[in-house]
Design a protein around this ligand. Structure first.
Ligand code: SAM
Length: 180
């Protein structure tokens, strides 16, 4: 891995983090997974109402330097090494529309879809039937295509909330995993 990535600092909790946090703070259940946990801010909120919370991140150094220390972290792509079905999965996606992935913390690749699609592929088998997948994307990405992709992955999908910022609109998507 590139030296710059090995030394990367966690993505600091930002507008998109707080937007997702506001909508998950009242969620309850046995187990929750925070994909792309970064600073651990969202995992630490989930730890208040779920007995098992796992965070994953592609960057080992980011997990090592978490500001919000959480109990269970795994360094992997999406949920690739996890063999558990969670009640809830959350993800503040790296959604920026970029030609290349130069900053893993924010870049989503072409149309802001490449990385979010990989994360959805990886997450879908780790959610209980009727479990929830809540993620943040943005008007800066092709969010309509991402929503269609989430439907095809076996979720009943809707937009939970939107938030206008100066240069973009944040979009919170909720998928409920269908039974079959
Ligand atoms: C926008 S930041 C969100 C960080 C934190 N969850 C928050 O809301 O503040 C996205 C995080 O996803 C991680 N990430 C990017 N691609 C990933 C992948 N394929 N699998 C797991 N984590 C990934 C990045 O390293 C980064 O920490």
């Amino acid at each position: 891995m590139h030296k710059k990535l090995l030394e990367a600092e966690p993505y600091p909790p930002s507008e998109d983090t707080f937007f997702l946090a506001d909508h998950i703070k009242d969620e309850k259940g046995k187990s929750a997974l925070d994909i792309g946990a970064g600073s651990g801010y969202l995992s630490s909120i989930l730890e208040k109402s779920f007995s098992l919370v796992v965070g994953t991140d592609l960057l080992f150094n980011v997990l090592r330097k978490q500001d919000y220390h959480t109990a269970n972290n795994i360094c992997c792509n999406g949920a690739d090494v996890i063999n558990h079905q969670f009640d809830l999965i959350v993800c503040n996606m790296p959604y920026l529309n970029t030609e290349n992935i130069s900053d893993v913390r924010t870049d989503g690749g072409k149309n802001g879809l490449e990385i979010p699609m990989k994360i959805i592929d990886s997450a879908k088998s780790c959610i209980k039937p009727k479990g929830k997948f809540i993620y943040v994307t943005s008007s800066l990405s092709d969010f309509k295509k991402l929503i269609s992709y989430t439907k095809l992955a076996g979720f009943d999908v809707g937009i939970l909330a939107k938030k206008k910022l100066f240069f973009e609109e944040l979009i919170l998507v909720r998928g409920i995993r269908l039974l079959s």
